[in-house]
Design a protein around this ligand. Structure first.
Ligand code: G1P
Ligand code: ZN
Length: 543
């Protein structure tokens, strides 16, 4: 095998964000851009020589080329083995599982998650470590440092490897092992859940619809929901992964999964509806006439966990990202288990999961998962819900009503302002930071601020810390507003405003969330002056 050394000028915009490096397809297509980043990953992890890695992605445009680049830069670096999903396909949770199952040193996931794909869309590259989880900040910092000084990369000068055929081939001395993307993941799901109970529910006439949004989960959902659990053929819709996700925005929320929402809110709705995102780690849960927020979903799974065979012995503890609602905190309190509040991003759950401190975790951004892998897992959440519905015999609507009657309801919404000029978004955040010390005691309408800070976190296991993770303002009585800037966008800034209020009055548990939260929304605008600073009259996306 010939190895080529290519001299480059370092790229100045390769800082990994909340979840790996995400850039426009155009940027990633520039000569040497991807090659240099992959080389920087090897530098950041202490070299790839002799290592075994997993490789796969969400099937978006550019990924087939990107997979070949990773293989060739890995071969040049002396990697021993790359285990790659057939056609470079692996959902993010399936990749995480494969790293763990095969005891690989790590893996490369080619995905920009729910960001649109195609020539005008985005591309992403993420490195996961030997525990199957996203690289912690210490590692991403080293990768970033390497990108800034990199002056050359090395790459195998060889034809593309055939990764559409199962089995082993070689690229120089490196073994390329092509595996079926679904088999091992499906086997794991069968071990975790009560498939007999779910199959029984479905055989009894329970109807479901799963929207794969033309993204990676189609083949996984077909095997699990239709072939193994007996859902009617066609229950999985938009099941064929497409390089541009059919022109859609593969983010499972009521805005982007509108088609599913309309079906679920319409006449003759199925009993259960769900969707997943580009790379299969996010989920949306609905029932007939009811949408379940991700924060509530986490709380409901926690409260009903012992119905799931993998959790039969109870949960060790739970964790949620800071902006996620406190619904799960109330369940944890009732169960007498710890509830950890971590910064946004799945990487912060890794050490808690590895240490056995938590078995279940989630984020308000449609992420739910457990210690079975080190990523959030969309289909896992769907199966968890089906398992709970099958074992309790309740409908989604009844389950929610019973949950809120017992624990109260954390009304919750997130308002996103997208593509805001970066300096204007900074004005909003700086303005809030400047007020923090004076806020406690301040009255905003009927609400009184009880505490305000810029969230900082110290990991209780490894002592690592993260600061500047979002402005958190709490009000007396359990309401809260959080402001933070997105770390996954590729154009301008996205300002996220997270709004929450606890309601325990049995007569007020079925309100429209936007109405229930009106006083908190008004207080947030008062504090942040988003209209004045950004010129935006209303959020672009409300979830
Ligand atoms: C968003 C979500 C966050 C999630 C991440 C990756 O990050 O808010 O919870 O972990 O995507 O899926 P953000 O754009 O807010 O930085
Ligand atoms: Zn995703």
């Amino acid at each position: 095998m010939q190895v080529k050394t290519v001299v480059i000028a370092p790229f100045d915009d390769q800082k990994p964000g909340t979840s790996g490096l995400r850039k426009t397809t155009a940027r990633f297509s520039e000569p040497g851009y991807l090659e240099a980043y992959v080389q920087a990953i090897w530098d950041g992890i202490g070299g790839v020589a002799g290592k075994a890695l997993v490789l796969g992605g969400d099937g978006r445009f550019f990924n087939d080329h990107a997979a070949q680049v990773v293989l060739k830069v890995a071969a040049a670096g002396g990697a021993a083995r790359i285990i790659v999903g057939k056609g470079a396909i692996l959902s993010t949770p399936a990749a995480s599982h494969l790293i763990r199952l095969r005891k690989a040193d790590g893996g490369i996931i080619l995905s920009a998650s729910h960001n649109p794909g195609g020539l005008k869309g985005d591309v992403g590259v993420k490195y996961n470590g030997a525990n199957g989880g996203p690289a912690p900040e210490a590692v991403t910092d080293r990768i970033h440092a390497a990108t800034k000084t990199l002056t050359a990369y090395t790459i195998a000068d060889a034809p593309d490897v055939d990764i559409d055929r199962l089995g082993e081939t070689r690229l120089g001395d490196m073994i390329v092992e092509v595996v079926d993307p679904v088999t091992d993941y499906a086997a794991l799901m069968e071990r975790l859940f009560d498939f007999d109970a779910i199959a029984g529910l479905i055989a009894g006439g329970f109807r479901l619809r799963f929207d794969a949004m033309h993204a990676v989960t189609g083949p996984y959902a077909k095997v699990l929901l239709e072939d193994r659990l007996g859902a009617a053929p066609g229950s999985v819709v938009n099941a064929t992964p497409l390089p541009d996700f059919g022109g859609g925005h593969p983010d499972p929320n009521p805005i982007w999964a509108r088609e599913l929402m309309e079906t679920m809110m319409g006449p003759d709705a199925p009993d259960f509806g769900a969707a997943s995102d580009g790379d299969g780690d996010r989920n949306m849960i609905t029932g007939r006439g009811v949408y379940v927020t991700p924060s509530d979903s986490l709380a409901v799974i926690a409260a009903n966990a012992t119905n799931i065979p993998a959790f039969a012995g109870g949960l060790a503890g739970v964790a949620r990202s800071m902006p996620t609602s406190a619904a799960v905190d109330r369940v944890a309190e009732a169960l007498g288990i710890a509830c950890h509040e971590t910064p946004t991003g799945w990487k912060y759950f890794g050490s808690l999961l590895d240490a056995g401190r938590v078995t279940l975790c989630g984020e308000e951004s449609a992420g739910t998962g457990s210690d079975h892998v080190r990523e959030k897992d969309g289909l896992w959440a769907v199966l968890a819900w089906l398992n709970i519905l099958a074992r309790t015999g309740k409908s989604v609507a009844d389950l929610m009503a019973d949950h809120w009657a017992r624990f109260g309801r954390n009304y919750y919404t997130r308002h996103d302002y997208e593509g805001v000029e970066t300096d204007r978004a900074a004005l909003v955040m700086d303005g809030l930071r400047a007020q923090l010390n004076d806020l406690p005691g301040r009255k905003l309408g009927a609400l009184t601020v009880s505490a305000a800070d810029d969230f900082a976190y110290t990991d209780p296991v490894d002592g690592s810390s993260a600061t500047g993770q979002g402005i958190r303002i709490r009000f007396e009585g359990g309401a809260r507003v959080v402001f933070r800037l997105s770390g996954t966008g590729t154009v301008g800034a996205t300002l996220r405003v997270y709004l929450e209020r606890l309601e325990t009055d049995p007569a007020a548990l079925a309100l429209d969330p936007q109405e229930a939260l009106a006083p908190v929304i008004a207080a947030a605008e008062d504090l942040a002056q988003i209209r004045a600073f950004t010129g935006r009259e209303a959020p672009d996306v409300i979830t």
